[in-house]
Design a protein around this ligand. Sequence first.
Ligand code: SIN
Ligand code: MN
Length: 276
Amino acid sequence: MKAGTMIGDSDMLTVHDITTYERDGLLVLPGLFDAAEIGALRASFDRDARIPGAHRIAEPHSDEVRAVYASHQRQPEYEALIRSSRLLRPAQQLLGPDVYLYQMKINSKPGFGGDGWSWHQDFPAWQMADSVAAPDLINAVVFLDEVTEYNGPIIFAPGSHLTRKSSFTRSADHRSEQHLDPDDIALTAAEMAECVDEHGLVSPKGAAGTVVFFHPELVHGSATNMSPNSRRVAIVTYNRTDNLPRPDGEPRAEYLVGRDTRPLSVLDDLRIVATA
Ligand code: SIN
Ligand code: MN
């Protein structure tokens, strides 16, 4: 655990953490998960990535895995992760007590070519695709590998959640269907240049087990992984239960947009252990 971050063993954020999150739209907490837990999560991902289905997204120019959605529905280690007090308590502190799982994915970015993710904000996409009314969501990014400057870290424009309201139109030759690849919802070059001018950029790096909480309106993206080392991150997105999607037509598939909207309860001080 990061010294000074937690109050007692209750996984609560400090006032300083909360102020940082509100100002920057992101908060980095090193050492939240230990090596044994990360080992269990990696092994579980390896199993899950072999299960075929629409939830498994391939890299554009190979059949390597780019992303896998909803591992918590198939793998007990990820079911435990989404209820872990280390993710859920901060989410409850920042959003309110009643939150549920909106989405869970693992972006794997394999070594030697894992593709980047274009500059985007998450919330405008969720507003467009799922009719979510307010940006009352939060992302928790769990590093499953060490994230370095070489393996395609996520890059953020700190504070951009307070100033940017991007809109987008999906191009006719869009790359993705339901899962909304950031290529299809990207900020324009002019928007991004202005954003960087105003806010600069940061890319949190750190050991496996680090967690980055970030706001759904924060501008972010990442580059190709040219290193030999994969950059696997699990991204857990919570939403308030009074902010449910209200799609006009068919809702998006359940692996993309959680249908169990009952408030999550914390599994107290749970250690994530391997099941296979
Ligand atoms: C990435 O995995 O590099 C991008 C993640 C995101 O867009 O949330
Ligand atoms: Mn995103």
